[in-house]
Design a protein around this ligand. Sequence first.
Ligand code: FES
Length: 157
Amino acid sequence: MLSEKTVEKIKRTTTCYPDKGSACMSALRIAQLDDPENQLTEDALRQIANMLDMPPVKVNEVAAFYTMYNVERPVGKYHIQVCANISCSLLGVEHIISRIENILDIKVGETTKDKKFTLSTVECLGSCGTAPMMQINQDYYENLTGEGVEEILKSLE
Ligand code: FES
C-alpha cells in the first residue's frame, strides 16, 4: 500500500507530463524509493495503474522490463548491480563479482543477513568505456579493481 506522501508525490509528478501514462516510470521510481524495502509490491503496482488510468498489465510490463525496478523482491539498503555484459566481462568483471561475494558472504541474487547489501548482475549500464563497472543505488562506480571494490563497500554505512 502506498503511503499518502507517496500518492501525493506521484500526483504531483503526473502534472509534468502531457498525459498520466507518460509518468509511469517516474511513478514507479517514487514508489520504490519510498518503500522501506526498496521494492514494488503487487499492491503498489496496482495502485499506480489506477492512479495513471493504465491497465495493470502495462504497468507490470514496464516494471518487469527495467532492472532498476525491484518487483516483488526486497533488496538491501544498498543494491549492488554489477554489469556482466561484454565490455565488463572482457575486463574481468567475474573477478569483481567473486570479490564482492567473498567480502559480503553472499552469492549473486542474495541479500546479506543484516539486509544491508543485495548483489545482482545486470545487462549493460551504458558505461562500457569505464568497464568494469557497477551501480550501487543511484551511483555509478567505474574502472573497478578488487581492492577498489573492497574500499567502496567499506565506505558504505
Ligand atoms: S558492458 Fe558493462 S557498462 Fe556496458
